[in-house]
Design a protein. Structure first.
Length: 261
């Protein structure tokens, strides 16, 4: 049986071409409540749209082309354009990460694969105050480390800070920061524990923190060549004060605890 359709309504295929979306996308957006059909045939289930809905369809297509998540698209369509601020921050963070990656790539292109002098050192056990931050993947390590370290900075005077990172990154993992404590000094509200000592493979990194992975690669390669098992976490001992030192002159000792295989 043929169902008579209002001539102002467009079948889904025709509307898809008008709104620069696929039929599959329109069905999905209907299920999400982003773009409901003007009418659905009760017998056939066919969807029909009004031409005036093309503006909404084109807006969705535009926002998706800008990598705006569908959940945020719904907020924007409802008049909440301020929701795009979070998307902007995420894109800026991704752009910064890409720039750091490009800088590391350029360094490898100019200097070859990293090879730095590695020495074996004996490290004593140390009492430390610890702060922990959850990282949502390798690209989130810098933020997590900064957040953890900032919680350990004292109101006055220099402090010795150490970053603690897992050897293998998962999808979600903890990054820790440690502040070395003096005799009888408390953690100031942060948990206190003993950071184990032992034998460490150690290399000195000079340069920005976001290129530390190059030095870590060199130390791990040194350990692999000598069949040395490694025990995490990887330690970054911060020698320079980034508040008064240019990034290219920052000095950091990268240390990996060794286990005899």
């Amino acid at each position: 049986m043929l169902v008579r359709v209002d001539e102002e309504l467009l079948p889904i295929g025709q509307f898809a071409r008008l709104g620069r979306l696929s039929v599959k996308q329109l069905r999905h957006y209907d299920e999400l409540g982003l773009l409901r059909p003007a009418q659905v045939d009760a017998v056939t289930g066919y969807r029909f749209y009004r031409a005036s809905q093309a503006r909404v369809a084109l807006s969705i297509a535009l926002l998706r082309s800008l990598d705006v998540p569908l959940a945020v698209v719904g907020e924007v369509l409802a008049g909440g354009a301020q929701a795009l601020g979070g998307v902007r921050e995420e894109l800026e963070a991704e752009l910064a990460r890409r720039r750091r990656t490009l800088a590391s790539l350029e360094r490898v292109m100019a200097q070859g694969l990293p090879s730095v002098p590695v020495r074996v050192v004996e490290e004593p056990a140390r009492r430390v105050a610890v702060a922990t931050e959850r990282a949502a993947g390798p690209e989130d390590v810098g933020r997590a480390a900064s957040a953890a370290l900032s919680r350990l900075l004292g109101p006055v005077g220099p402090v010795q800070l150490i970053g603690l990172f897992p050897v293998d990154f998962g999808e979600v993992f903890d990054v820790e920061a440690a502040r070395v404590l003096g005799d009888g000094e408390g953690g100031g509200g942060a948990p206190v524990r003993v950071l184990p000592g032992g034998r460490f493979a150690c290399a000195t990194h000079v340069g920005p923190y976001d290129q530390m992975s190059l030095t870590a690669h060199a130390v791990l390669a040194w350990c692999g060549e000598r069949r040395c098992a490694v025990r995490g976490p990887i330690r970054e001992v911060y020698v320079s004060d980034p508040a008064v030192t240019s990034p290219e002159y920052l000095v950091t000792h990268l240390m990996i605890c060794l286990e005899e295989s």
